[in-house]
Design a protein around this ligand. Structure first.
Ligand SMILES: Nc1ncnc2c1ncn2[C@@H]1O[C@H](COP(=O)(O)OP(=O)(O)OP(=O)(O)O)[C@@H](O)[C@H]1O
Ligand SMILES: [Mg+2]
Length: 259
């Protein structure tokens, strides 16, 4: 097993509210007293209803926004500002349309002035996501899954200690999505980056995660943390998988009314 590139992540009694758009005097509580510890190299998913603060939590972890109270730490360092050590990938790959695949993957290195010493890594990362033969293609030549792989390579090339994934596969069709889940797992296993994955897909959470955090409706709190103790690679149709799926549907009140 590869030594973990990832870092421990800690959130302590963190709260976040926003002014209401129509009345700045009133605040909406987006997240209420979140405490969580993620081990180095762990993959943790977040499942919860729309508006429960999942994206807010990831934004706070990037350092793009600050909490009302509480603490956020990566390793021994408090999070106070954005850093290349914490990568964020969204549902929309957000590629630069005027740059090639290579140009997009290099963009962060150019911005940090380290392209010269890291240039050979660009090829490594293109190979890692299987896009070496598309180095000179532009984003409009790529399928959704390929574009999302470029976005992942662009984040991974900074060797983030933490990779924050906000529904990164949400816009893909079901088959591409399942293939991409394997890609992300392969990248995770190759680099042992600590990963936080926001998803609305229960199967995706079970297939990929070490632990699943279930959130309450707004204001988002941690309702429960589920350990996924299934061997990897996981079988989507194994009885254990389907049992866990049933339990989570039940907990989220989506199992259907059996009475
Ligand atoms: N910049 C902002 N200004 C004001 N309110 C905000 C801001 N960002 C988020 N909110 C509010 O905080 C709450 C949580 O939003 P957030 O986007 O984190 O939810 P989410 O769990 O990611 O939802 P979804 O599953 O739909 O993506 C919502 O009520 C939202 O309106
Ligand atoms: Mg969101």
């Amino acid at each position: 097993m590869v030594a973990a590139e990832g870092s421990v992540l800690r959130v302590r009694e963190m709260r976040k509210s926003f002014p209401k758009p129509d009345n700045a005097e009133v605040r909406t509580h987006a997240l209420d007293t979140i405490s969580l510890s993620v081990a180095a190299g762990e993959l943790v998913s977040f499942l919860g209803p729309s508006g429960c603060g999942k994206s807010t939590l990831l934004r706070l972890l990037t350092g793009l926004d600050t909490p009302d109270s509480g603490e956020l730490w990566v390793g021994d360092e408090p999070i106070t500002a954005p850093s290349a050590e914490r990568g964020l990938v969204f549902q929309d790959p957000n590629l630069f349309p005027w740059l090639t695949v290579r140009g997009n993957i290099e963009a962060g290195l150019v911005a940090r002035g380290v392209l010269r010493e890291k240039r050979s890594e660009v090829d490594d990362f293109m190979r890692l996501v299987g896009l070496e033969s598309f180095a000179n293609a532009f984003p409009h030549h790529l399928s959704g899954g390929m574009a999302q792989r470029v976005a992942l390579a662009r984040a991974l090339i900074n060797h983030p200690k933490v990779l924050l994934l906000d529904e990164p596969l949400g816009a893909l069709d079901a088959f591409t999505r399942m293939r991409m889940q394997d890609e992300v797992l392969r990248l995770w296993q190759a680099r042992r980056t600590t990963m936080l994955l926001v998803t609305h897909d229960i199967d995706e959470a079970i297939y990929m995660s070490d632990r699943i955090v279930l959130m309450t409706p707004r204001p988002g709190r941690i309702e429960r943390i589920i350990e996924v103790a299934l061997d990897r690679p996981r079988q989507r149709n194994s009885p254990e998988f389907l049992n866990l799926r049933g339990d989570i549907l039940e907990l989220l009140h989506f199992a259907g009314d059996a009475h």
